[in-house]
Design a protein around this ligand. Structure first.
Ligand SMILES: CCCCC/C=C\C/C=C\C/C=C/C(=O)SCCNC(=O)CCNC(=O)[C@H](O)C(C)(C)COP(=O)(O)OP(=O)(O)OC[C@H]1O[C@@H](n2cnc3c(N)ncnc32)[C@H](O)[C@@H]1OP(=O)(O)O
Length: 189
């Protein structure tokens, strides 16, 4: 109850959504093996920014990978590490995921990860996709997607793995699954 009240009263969620629409206890103590070799390259700016409010127990995760928060291997790795860190912090009970990019929540899987890559890279990429939705779907935190822009395909998948979805009311923002239109078939796993 306290968490829900906190979520409701936080300027965070309502602020995030109105801002965008107006412009047009299992603590895992180890990092998963998938994530170990994928440490962030510190020569590039972080793709994920997390603000954790100790007083409410709510973290806001801002996706900030220009131009459209496409889900690349690097992006997904960073996102999974951030979720794991929050998951390990017992005081974090709620997670709001939103976008720092204008008009787009996430464009879905990064198309450039799907051609001209080695089989090893493709394997790592698809594992990271799976890791992302398993982590969010299985999270002990209350998870909310604050969808402040378009969110096709993998962006929709990510939102679907959260407990709640709230989308900015803007007719220009699309959400849904368009894989068939693109001729993409998700591999068996
Ligand atoms: C719970 C159980 C689950 C089990 C598993 C189930 C299913 C399998 C899992 C997932 C399948 C998912 C597949 C995918 O996600 S495939 C990707 C599909 N995505 C799209 O088709 C989105 C395409 N993009 C858009 O529609 C638009 O770009 C936008 C997001 C609406 C934004 O429009 P806007 O006009 O603002 O920008 P631009 O179109 O001009 O784009 C700017 C810039 O970004 C590049 N870009 C866009 N999308 C992607 C992308 N997905 N990957 C890589 N790059 C992308 C675009 O090319 C532009 O680049 P430029 O260099 O030209 O500036």
């Amino acid at each position: 109850m306290a968490l829900r009240a906190a979520l409701r009263s936080r300027s965070g969620l309502s602020g995030l959504l109105s801002q965008r629409s107006s412009c047009s206890s299992d603590i895992r103590m180890c990092v998963s093996p998938l994530l170990v070799p994928q440490e962030r390259n510190y020569s590039t700016p972080p793709k994920i920014r997390v603000e954790f409010d100790q007083s409410t127990g709510v973290a806001v995760m801002h996706m900030q990978s220009p131009p459209v928060n496409s889900l690349s291997l690097d992006f997904l790795t960073e996102l999974c590490i951030s979720v794991e860190k929050l998951e390990m912090d017992k005081s974090c009970r709620g997670l709001i995921i939103t976008s720092a990019q204008p008009k787009v929540f996430s464009a879905g899987l990064d198309i450039t990860e799907m051609y001209g890559k080695s089989p090893e890279h493709c394997g790592a990429f698809w594992r990271s996709v799976q890791e992302m939705w398993l982590k969010l779907y299985g999270s002990n935190m209350v998870t909310i997607a604050a969808i402040n822009g378009s969110s096709p395909a993998g962006g929709c998948l990510m939102a679907m793995t959260c407990d709640y979805r709230i989308m900015a009311d803007n007719p220009r923002y699309n959400i849904g699954l368009n894989e068939t239109q693109l001729g993409i078939v998700a591999p068996f796993w």
